[in-house]
Design a protein around this ligand. Structure first.
Ligand SMILES: NC(=O)c1ccc[n+]([C@@H]2O[C@H](COP(=O)([O-])OP(=O)(O)OC[C@H]3O[C@@H](n4cnc5c(N)ncnc54)[C@H](OP(=O)(O)O)[C@@H]3O)[C@@H](O)[C@H]2O)c1
Length: 177
């Protein structure tokens, strides 16, 4: 613990557009290359747990592998990791309880959770501790949703909100238990 969601959404709550695209993440000009706290966040976490679909997208990016921490990919279909990622990416499956136990038992306690379905499943099983949400100033009108239905309501405690470039709203919430 903690398991932390760190993700950018449209105002209408999508994390990818209708074509699975992410170009809209760049709609706000950022001439000074502000990273909005990403490097500090990455320093603070021990590992990532991402859904297989998010892994597919990240793996298709041009350039170097973007993560310096171990990435566990939740999947029931992928059988192999590309050779060049063998020391960086690890496939994992099973119940979410088993998955987190396995990751925690390896010594990783602060986990960055990524991918819409993955986040939804973790929320449903009350396995998320914090949410750091970046709201981009756009209505996508459809796409991959961040949130889905939940069996139970979940109350959140607001920690802080920052506004970057007078356009991007970053809010940090802790899940109340
Ligand atoms: N805006 C952002 O910051 C941001 C961040 C991350 C991702 N994205 C976008 O979000 C999209 C991917 O999100 P997504 O919601 O489609 O999928 P996802 O959560 O990334 O991946 C879903 C996959 O994870 C695997 N999985 C295994 N067990 C699971 C479980 N218990 N719960 C959930 N998933 C499980 C399954 O893979 P198998 O089918 O292999 O079993 C499932 O198909 C991409 O378009 C990506 O670009 C955007």
């Amino acid at each position: 613990m903690p398991n932390i969601v760190y993700i950018a959404t449209s105002i209408d709550g999508y994390i990818a557009d209708k074509n699975d695209g992410l170009d809209w993440l760049g709609i706000v000009p950022n001439p000074d290359g502000n990273d909005f706290g990403f490097a500090k966040f990455m320093d603070d976490i021990d590992a990532l747990l991402m859904g297989r679909k998010t892994f597919d997208v990240v793996n298709a990016f041009d350039g170097d592998w973007p993560y310096t921490k171990p990435v566990f990919v939740l999947t029931s279909t992928l059988k192999n990791v590309p050779a060049e990622l063998a020391e960086k990416v690890f496939l994992i499956s099973g119940s979410l309880q088993e998955v987190f136990k396995s990751i925690n038992d390896k010594g990783f306690s602060s986990i960055y959770i990524d991918g819409g379905k993955t986040i939804q499943s973790c929320l449903e099983e009350d396995l998320i501790d914090e949410l750091i949400l970046f709201q981009m100033p756009i209505l996508l009108g459809g796409g991959v949703p961040l949130f889905g239905t939940l069996s139970n309501q979940m109350e959140l405690e607001h920690r802080r909100t920052e506004v970057f470039l007078n356009a991007i709203v970053k809010s940090h919430y802790v899940c109340k238990r």
